[in-house]
Design a protein. Structure first.
Length: 144
């Protein structure tokens, strides 16, 4: 298994962890908001679980599929994080279509930043792996 495939396995665990953490009371406030910033709905869990299953499948299929996963997933998640940072509403949860652009009075910048930070980090690192690291690491030294 190559480095890129191992990173896809790590992403699978990350996404399965995201789903699980939403069900741990210590991480939710009295209103049900994860880390006091946002609430995750069933469709968020479904998206995160699908992202994890896709990562695991891509990792076991081939290096090429893992690279494709990081390019596409990374681009989507990074775009969602940037859109949420700029507008206060993301696209993966259809928030931009439901809530439209939200003013800074509606959602202050620090809350926007921390609410979108997970998608910015997850998407940004995935874009780096898919478009950058995959071209520099040839993985010919991978072990079985």
């Amino acid at each position: 298994m190559t480095l890129i495939q191992k990173l896809a396995i790590a992403y699978a665990f990350l996404f399965f962890g995201v789903v699980a953490i939403g069900y741990i009371p210590a991480f939710n406030d009295a209103n049900g908001n994860l880390f006091g910033l946002f609430s995750l709905q069933w469709y968020d869990d479904l998206l995160h679980a699908f992202s994890g299953v896709w990562a695991r499948a891509a990792a076991f299929i081939s290096r090429h599929q893992a690279v494709f996963y990081f390019k596409l997933l990374g681009s989507i998640y990074l775009f969602d994080g940037l859109l949420g940072l700029i507008t206060g509403s993301g696209c993966l949860d259809a928030g931009i279509f439901i809530n439209g652009f939200r003013s800074l009075n509606d959602v202050e910048f620090p809350a926007r930043f921390f609410a979108n930070l997970p998608h910015l980090v997850i998407g940004g690192f995935a874009v780096y792996v898919g478009f950058g690291l995959s071209k520099r690491v040839h993985d010919h030294f991978a072990t079985a």
